[in-house]
Design a protein around this ligand. Structure first.
Ligand code: ZN
Length: 155
C-alpha cells in the first residue's frame, strides 16, 4: 500500500483528531443485549462495548472508554461503520480492519481509512484493534475480559 498524498494524510489526521475529541456513540447503553470489556495493558486502554442485536443485526452500538486518542478514535469510527449492519458484515469488517492494521495489505473504505496509517506504528496497532476485538467478544457473548496480550497462566 503506497502512502497517501499529503493532503489526504492531513484529512485523515483531521478525522482521527475529530473522533478522538468528539467520540460518536460514547455513552453507557441501558438496557443492552450484549456487552464486553477490553483491556490493552501495553497502553492502558480500557473499553466497554455495548450492543443491541435484533435478528442477527447490530441495531445499536455504544462504548465507554478510557484510552489513548487512537483507541477512542478507532472505537468511535467503529460504531459509525457497524451500526445497523448485519452480524456477518460486522465480522467481515472486523477481519478487514485487523488485516489492514497488522499487514497493511487491506485497503479500508470510508472514514475507517483514516486509521490506515496506524499500521506504520506497531506499538499503536493494539490500541486501534482493541475496540473491534471487544465488539466481536460482545457479539459472541464471550465471558471475561478481552486482552490484547496472552493471559499469564501463572496468575
Ligand atoms: Zn492506546
Amino acid at each position: 500500500m503506497s502512502a497517501p498524498a499529503p493532503d489526504l494524510q492531513n484529512l485523515y489526521r483531521q478525522i482521527v483528531l475529530d473522533h478522538s475529541r468528539h467520540p460518536r456513540n460514547q455513552r453507557r447503553m441501558e438496557p443492552h443485549d450484549r456487552e464486553a470489556e477490553g483491556h490493552n495493558p501495553l497502553c492502558g486502554d480500557k473499553i466497554r462495548v455495548y450492543a443491541q442485536v435484533r435478528d442477527g443485526d447490530l441495531t445499536d452500538i455504544a462504548f465507554e472508554a478510557s484510552g489513548c486518542a487512537i483507541c477512542v478514535a478507532s472505537a468511535s469510527l467503529m460504531t459509525e461503520a457497524t451500526k445497523g449492519r448485519a452480524g456477518a458484515d460486522v465480522r467481515a469488517l472486523a477481519g478487514e480492519f485487523e488485516r489492514a492494521m497488522t499487514s497493511g495489505a487491506e485497503d479500508l473504505s470510508g472514514d475507517l481509512a483514516a486509521l490506515a496509517g496506524v499500521s506504520q506504528y506497531p506499538s499503536r496497532i493494539r490500541c486501534a484493534t482493541l475496540p473491534w476485538k471487544t465488539l466481536l467478544a460482545a457479539l459472541d457473548a464471550s465471558p471475561g475480559t478481552v486482552t490484547t496480550e496472552k493471559m499469564d497462566p501463572s496468575r
